[in-house]
Design a protein around this ligand. Sequence first.
Ligand SMILES: [Zn+2]
Length: 172
Amino acid sequence: MQEYVTDAIVLSVHPRGEADRAIDCYTEQLGRIEVRMIGGRKPLSKLSPHCDVGSLVVIRLVEKNQFTLIDALRAMPSRILSPAALRVIGLIRALAPKGVSDARLWEALKRVVCGSGESIAVFFKLLGYDSTSASCEACGENPVSLFSLPHHEFFCDQCGARLPESDIVYCS
Ligand SMILES: [Zn+2]
């Protein structure tokens, strides 16, 4: 059984089973991983309040078939995420592979959740997509203005207008 202590940023949290939660997070040491929070759905869970989407936390984990959260501590005060930070988190959720650590992606994500600006184009590049030279999947137009999260395709303003708002990220 391996134990880790690493900084992490919470990408999403969802229920798992009757009492637990699963946390999708991007960690400094291990890249993107899913961590099980035992008892995370119980009202008195002491770890749950630290793990809102976008929070920067120091986590202690053990790995044995899966990662299990042992401890979590907020590394900065709770804050309302900017729309820009939420877009970046959505993009990372859609595109970052699990179990691959990337120091540049980690540093850029940390800057964003800590409130300093970082253009979304930087994240497209770090995740292997070039929004500046991409052309629209439907009509071939360049420049593109949005990206479909479920399909991993770029679209121009006009063609992208038909896509549901929850499925898209604007490129600038
Ligand atoms: Zn188009």
